[in-house]
Design a protein around this ligand. Sequence first.
Ligand SMILES: NC(=O)c1ccc[n+]([C@@H]2O[C@H](COP(=O)([O-])OP(=O)(O)OC[C@H]3O[C@@H](n4cnc5c(N)ncnc54)[C@H](OP(=O)(O)O)[C@@H]3O)[C@@H](O)[C@H]2O)c1
Length: 291
Amino acid sequence: MADWTGVAGRRVVITGATNGIGLAGAKALAARGAQLTIVARSQARAAGAAAQITAAGAGARVDTLIADLASQASIRRLAAEIQDRYPRLDVLVNNAGAINSSRQLTEDGIEMTWAVNHLAPFLLTTLLLERLRQSAPARVITTASDAHKGAHIPFDDLNAERSYRNFGFARYGETKLANILFTAELARRLAGTGVTANCFHPGFVATGFNRNNGPLMNVAMTIARPFARSVEKGAETLVWLVDSPQVASESGGYFVDKKRATPTDTAQDVEAARRLWEISEKQTQAVGVPS
Ligand SMILES: NC(=O)c1ccc[n+]([C@@H]2O[C@H](COP(=O)([O-])OP(=O)(O)OC[C@H]3O[C@@H](n4cnc5c(N)ncnc54)[C@H](OP(=O)(O)O)[C@@H]3O)[C@@H](O)[C@H]2O)c1
């Protein structure tokens, strides 16, 4: 396909579409005629989401792929399956993410929040880059957050052995900073290929976010809920970044409410972005590294 006239008829792979911002975004994209593939870690949740998305898309077919984004082996299988199934990949949306109030390690020996929020988008995107390039114009969109404000990448403590604090919020902020740095470096590396990379902050949205951290956090999220926006509103910038011809030549951007925004100075540190990329390459080759 040549010029970008919208998402209708285009293959979109989206993670984290079983709930919250991803599910609302997937429904809106299905309604616009996208050919959707959702990635989920549970077959039952995938089927439930697909039924809702199909209904929103007036019967649109939704493909489901199963992968646990905490596992690098699972991400590798997922990337292979995507490449087997789809000769074209027009949009990859790295939306899945979570906060964990206590530190856990993945099967790869990586701290869980870092693995799911940063390394999973990094690994999935880099494994699919050739397919995206062949499909140009193509787009990579990552759900970041204003929670990056005040965060720094702990280059001397990448697995957060010493720096896990504030019920996981500090770590979460680091991963969201990593999303922005990853997007900037990806855009730099993809310049001139027709593949763009952008990320966004959805606002504070009433989702399943932080509902996995016990009764205290559940109560806190319930109290905060009246101040949160709807999932539809939270997904608006995601949908716009996927669909709109207006952003065809935007790359490396951080967007809030469908406008280009300026992230923190740390998030604009070109050297940190380059360093993070190189470290992420090493971390995604490492399997079974002890903590
Ligand atoms: N909510 C907010 O206010 C807010 C603000 C800024 C940024 N964000 C970002 O928005 C994105 C979406 O979050 P949300 O707020 O919509 O939360 P959510 O309702 O909890 O949805 C998170 C999604 O990620 C999936 N996921 C989590 N861990 C996974 C794993 N290991 N493998 C595969 N899928 C996994 C979940 O799948 P399951 O159904 O299997 O759990 C779910 O579909 C995240 O990146 C988050 O950091 C949210």
